[in-house]
Design a protein around this ligand. Structure first.
Ligand code: PLP
Length: 490
């Protein structure tokens, strides 16, 4: 059993990671090498570091540990690859990656100024910068582990506003109901359940043809709830829905929220980054009137997972609602106690995500971050144009922003008539079969998803600045090739 040679491990892993970053736009590498769980287990075993943690796990030596890292790199999905279109994040900026490395090496918690003096100041500055871009006249906020967590925090603030003593008593007289669009992120329902508010009490408001919430339907649903003696307390507006990247009409929703005196939260986990771009920021008009805003920098602008900001317009609320007052940690008489951020959230230890956000923003500037957003929209426009001009493909939903939803159409169904008997179920099956082929081939990765009553569609979104129009064309040609190769009839 050999002792770990830390120097060799550090230098070996460092060299591999730098090579990974430098080869990010190497198109000769696959996006993924598809492997079954058995293949993966065998690969690690062959490398000398099997996946199971043994009953009495002996220390693993340097060569086997480095070989295991090689297997991790070999079999993991390359989200940095210019032909990775699968998720609503892609192409992590190397500056953010390096920020994560520095943060991990310093391994501290964001909770107190004492443990994280620099990161505390950086978090405050980044939050202030985001609040300024959103037009918040006043603000407070912090980084949380994800947009889902930000949505949960917003619901908790709104519940407190509706029934302040509920935090202490656990009781909420009547039935609190929240409203969101039918296309909103699934975290809202889960957060309602988690907070004991009940996912049945989240009303799914219909959306219009562009995927944005129907404001008239929202107003009607609120009035109906009131007539039933329920207690509306919260509206979630989505800025950039997960499937279609649709924006709810924020100004109209702010009017409705004001009129009915409800908390307005904007889930801008995906789309709030439009605020970095002079050209795209109009989509967020009205956000300054929101009570709270979720904004993931790890989706559109290249921060690494996770980098999720949560902003609240009214300073002081977070501490009132989330403060636990642990005096072993937040000693009120220590220097700079007022800078501690740990009691503004449910979490205790927090990662120093603010560091990579700060480094990224400093390195790229607003212009660089905005350019990423604009490039994603331009590439979506390019893809949409190609699809509209070619009867091998059909658009599955109107495109507003970055997400292009489409079907590959088999030769005997061209031009596509979705209403014709049997066509929709066939397209549904074809999309699934295409994804399977694509995954086995590994040259590109796109996700597919349901679209209400319509068949599953492929979703293309180009968030990696290394992706070019030629990559989009290449991927469409690949998809056509997979389609041609499908066994008939599908
Ligand atoms: C609209 C929207 N809100 C919230 C989330 C959740 O964010 P996270 O994955 O950071 O929890 C997502 C994730 O895709 C999203 O698309």
């Amino acid at each position: 059993m050999s002792a770990l040679d830390l120097r060799t491990v550090i230098e070996g892993v460092g060299a591999r990671l730098l090579a990974l970053l430098q080869a990010a736009d190497d198109r000769s590498e696959p996006v993924v090498r598809q492997a079954s769980p058995d293949t993966l287990a065998l690969a690690f075993q062959a490398a000398g570091a099997g996946l199971p943690i043994d009953r009495d796990q002996a220390p693993t030596g340097t060569p086997a540990l480095l070989a295991a890292v090689d297997e991790v790199l070999r079999w993991s999905v390359r989200t940095l690859h210019p032909r990775f279109f699968n998720q609503n994040f892609a192409g992590a900026d190397p500056v953010a990656v390096l920020g994560d490395w520095v943060g991990a090496a310093l391994n501290t918690t964001q909770a107190t100024f004492e443990a994280a003096p620099v990161f505390t100041l950086m978090e405050r500055e980044v939050i202030a910068g985001l609040a300024a871009r959103a037009g918040f006249a006043t603000h407070e906020g912090l980084f949380l582990p994800g947009g889902s967590m930000a949505n949960l925090h917003a619901l908790q603030l709104a519940r407190w506003r509706a029934q302040p003593d509920s935090l202490r008593t656990g009781k909420v007289p009547g039935r609190l109901v929240a409203f969101t669009s039918a296309e909103a992120h699934y975290s809202l329902g889960k957060a309602m359940a988690l907070l004991g508010l009940g996912s049945d009490n989240l009303v799914a408001v219909p959306t219009g043809p562009d995927g944005g919430m129907d404001v008239v339907a929202l107003d009607k649903a609120i009035r109906q709830a009131r007539r039933r003696q329920e207690r509306p307390f919260f509206i979630n507006a989505t800025a950039g829905t997960t499937v279609r990247a649709a924006f709810d009409p924020l100004r109209d929703l702010a009017d409705v929220a004001d009129f009915h005196d409800l908390w307005l939260h904007v889930d801008g986990a995906f789309g709030a980054s439009a605020l970095f771009s002079g050209r795209e920021r109009h989509r967020m008009r009205g956000v300054a009137r929101a009570h709270s805003l979720a904004w993931n920098l790890h989706k559109m602008v290249g921060a690494t997972q996770q980098c999720a900001a949560f902003l609240v317009r009214e300073p002081g609320l977070l501490g009132r609602v989330f403060g636990g007052g642990a005096d072993y940690l937040f000693q009120p008489d220590k220097p700079h106690a007022g800078l501690d951020s740990g009691d503004l959230t449910y979490h205790c230890a927090r990662r120093v995500d603010a560091l990579k956000a700060w480094l990224l923003w400093k390195a790229r500037g607003d212009a660089g971050l905005g350019a990423r957003v604009e490039r994603a929209v331009d590439l979506a426009e390019h893809a949409e144009g190609r699809i509209l001009a070619d009867d091998r493909f059909a658009l599955a939903a109107a495109r507003g922003f970055t997400n292009v939803l489409f079907w590959w159409v088999p030769p005997d169904l061209r031009p596509l008539d979705l209403e014709a008997p049997g066509v929709a179920p066939r397209l549904h099956r074809i999309t699934t079969a295409l994804k399977d082929r694509m995954q086995r081939d590994g040259q590109t990765m796109l996700s597919y998803m349901p679209l209400g009553e319509r068949p599953n569609a492929l979703r293309l979104l180009c968030l990696n600045p290394a992706t070019t129009p030629a990559d989009v064309d290449h991927v469409l040609a690949l998809i056509d090739g997979y389609g041609q190769a499908l066994p008939r009839p599908v």
